[in-house]
Design a protein around this ligand. Structure first.
Ligand SMILES: [Zn+2]
Length: 329
């Protein structure tokens, strides 16, 4: 294996597109990010993805066409065989099916492989990150929503294609409205979007919070994880209350999932998970332990070791040669 076999990875997120160029040892040679377009349609998103990958390749001193392959982690319904993505509801105008693989391949001149964003991030932690010591893990990606990925006995568990939706485990029957339209899901309490809706409701009802002032000062149009962190540091009561609520919901959802699957470890990533890091890991662990049916050997709970780049590095694993990725574990 020579170091000239370089590959790309693109993580398509709801707010940003992260691209990396890695070598066969998964070392990052170049990286770049682009904001995810908020207007237009799938073709515009694909163009922004190609731009991010070109910039990452440029940093690595390469042309995109020189890459062996490019892997993509995408939300929505991914058909890896067809290279299509359908119903990526967080992305602008992406309701039908779009041939993302073909669009990127044409723009970049490289072979494209597409997988589910959360599953590739879980695989990255399993193969290269905090999940390395284990055979069975749950990846929990705490960000805009709460995504989940499963590796059981060393193999991805996708169910019939929709497994791992830990964010939609019900933590309160008839509870808060979830962005998915149902009620009482963990994500309704812990997802950044659900937290923002609740903060706005409280603010509109006359409760004092600095959250929206901080958001404006930072020039954002939504309560990004950095805004929550800032407000928490300032001692903002609503930020503290809603994050307490989020931690409790995460504990209930993760504890329930562990009761069902008895995995060895839970890896917590995502924008909020990575930003809040170790102090919140401890808090989530404390809440999780309360719900465990078998107390004696609780799962290890770790913060994702690959941080912000985990999704893109995971996507690059899709671009590895056959059997190569599995051999790294
Ligand atoms: Zn839901």
């Amino acid at each position: 294996m020579t170091s000239t076999r370089v590959r790309g990875g693109i993580d398509l997120g709801g707010t940003k597109i992260q691209a990396v160029v890695v070598d066969t040892e998964h070392r990052v040679l170049g990286e770049a990010r682009e904001p995810t377009p908020t207007k237009g349609g799938p073709a515009d998103v694909a163009a922004a993805m190609a731009k991010a990958l070109r910039a990452a390749a440029d940093e690595a001193g390469l042309q995109p066409a020189a890459l062996e392959r490019v892997g993509v982690g995408s939300p929505g319904a991914v058909d890896a065989g067809a290279g299509t993505v359908a119903d990526a509801r967080n992305l602008p105008g992406w309701t039908g099916s779009f041939r993302l693989g073909a669009a990127l391949s044409e723009a970049l001149g490289a072979e494209i492989r597409i997988g589910n964003d959360v599953q590739v991030a879980t695989d990255a932690e399993f193969q290269l990150g905090a999940g390395r010591p284990y055979d069975s893990i749950i990846g929990v990606f705490w960000g805009t929503g709460v995504g989940g990925g499963l590796v059981l006995d060393g193999r991805d568990w996708l169910g019939r294609g929709a497994a791992g939706e830990i964010g939609h485990m019900v933590v309160e029957i008839g509870g808060a409205r979830c962005p998915c339209g149902r009620r009482g899901c963990m994500e309704a309490y812990a997802g950044r979007r659900g937290m923002e809706e609740e903060a706005r409701r409280l603010h509109d009802a006359g409760e004092y919070t600095e959250l929206f002032k901080i958001m404006q000062k930072k020039g954002h149009d939504r309560l990004k994880s950095s805004v929550w962190e800032h407000a928490l540091k300032d001692g903002d009561a609503i930020a503290r209350r809603l994050l307490d609520r989020a931690v409790k919901a995460l504990g209930a959802g993760i504890g329930s999932a562990v009761n069902l699957l008895d995995v060895e470890a839970v890896i917590i990533g995502g924008g909020l998970g990575v930003r809040f890091g170790e102090p919140f890991r401890k808090r989530i662990e404390r809440q999780t332990l309360k719900h465990l049916f078998v107390d004696e050997r609780p799962p290890a709970i770790h913060v994702a070791a690959l941080g912000d780049l985990g999704g893109a590095i995971g996507a690059s694993l899709l671009a590895a040669g056959e059997g190569e990725a599995a051999a790294t574990h």
